[in-house]
Design a protein around this ligand. Structure first.
Ligand code: ZN
Length: 308
């Protein structure tokens, strides 16, 4: 049986297993999920990204062969999560911090090498898709999956499917302008959300205000007893509220899932949500904010979910 996209969903009446690969800068991880989303097998190998693009393709191929030795022949379609995104017009990769991928037609190269259909999405989209399907967002119609770490990104899932658009940037709220002429961002613009609420941004702000070099975890842990840490965390939460309220005003998701290291600052769930409520275009805030449920596996599970 095939679905409307022509993807094989069942063979002989049995639902297919889903295959997913998470391509990271240091490791390539692969899973095969059963039809209920349970991990049947999981494997990882080093990316060896310094050896170039063709070598990375070969590493992915070796990983697929490894998985085949454990569970049998590869699926007709494999999902791949990457740090960057696919430029929708050219089909070439962009914004990858594994820079040898940029400008390359990764999906079509992998499709020919592996002899399967390949579906690619960025790692924040994979996180959102996994959490919406089998994690904290299960049962919610519209889910905004947020990654707040060294960068700020996210993905939007509506009724079980990722929102995608002609620019390949859906969910990229980290580069919305929070303050015109604000902090400079690596993207070349100023005032981006990422330069106010990512881990490094908050640490930089605290250092500039106090001269103290503390990690975000340390600043958060001291917020109750140290006035300067309290001020920094309130600054972060206020900016988080401004930024998230803008996304809620447009998408109005039922659930927001806060992933990534900086997303675990506990004050986001109190002062942060209060700040969202102050800025959202409604008298009350009915959106549910949840921690992720799938841990480190969300990326590779989401990649597998792309497969069908
Ligand atoms: Zn930016």
């Amino acid at each position: 049986m095939t679905d409307y996209r022509g993807i094989i969903l069942t063979v002989g009446g049995r639902l297919m297993n889903r295959w997913g690969i998470d391509l990271g800068g240091t490791k390539v991880e692969g899973v095969v999920l059963d039809p209920d989303g349970n991990i049947l097998v999981r494997n990882r190998i080093a990316t060896e990204a310094d050896q170039g693009y063709s070598h990375i393709l070969g590493r992915i191929s070796s990983l697929v062969e490894k998985l085949e030795r454990d569970v049998g022949p590869r699926a007709a379609r494999i999902g791949i999560g990457t740090p960057g995104a696919v430029e929708p017009v050219s089909g070439h990769m962009k914004n990858c911090n594994t820079t040898c991928l940029n400008g390359r037609p990764l999906a079509s190269d992998l499709a020919s090498l592996l002899g399967v259909q390949v579906e690619i999405a960025n790692d924040a989209d994979c996180f959102a898709l996994a959490e919406a399907t089998w994690g904290a967002g299960k049962g919610f119609k519209t889910v905004f999956g947020v990654i707040m770490g060294t960068g700020v990104g996210g993905g939007i899932v509506v009724q079980g499917e990722l929102l995608e658009g002609p620019n390949g940037i859906c969910g990229e709220w980290g580069h919305m302008t929070l303050y015109p002429d604000g902090n400079p961002c690596y993207c070349g613009r100023r005032g981006c959300v990422e330069t106010y609420i990512s881990g490094p941004a908050v640490e930089r702000h605290h250092r500039a205000q106090t001269g103290a070099s503390l990690s975000l975890a340390q600043i958060s842990a001291r917020a109750e007893t140290d006035e300067s840490c309290d001020k920094t965390i309130r600054w972060m939460c206020g900016n988080f509220g401004r930024a998230v309220a803008q996304v809620i005003n447009i998408v109005d998701p039922q659930a927001v899932i806060l992933g990534g290291g900086a997303g675990q600052v506990p004050y986001l769930r109190t002062w942060g949500i209060q700040a969202v409520e102050n800025h959202v275009f409604n008298d009350s805030l009915n959106t549910v904010f949840l921690p992720p449920a799938l841990g480190d596996s969300a990326g590779v599970i989401g990649a597998a979910r792309l497969a069908g």
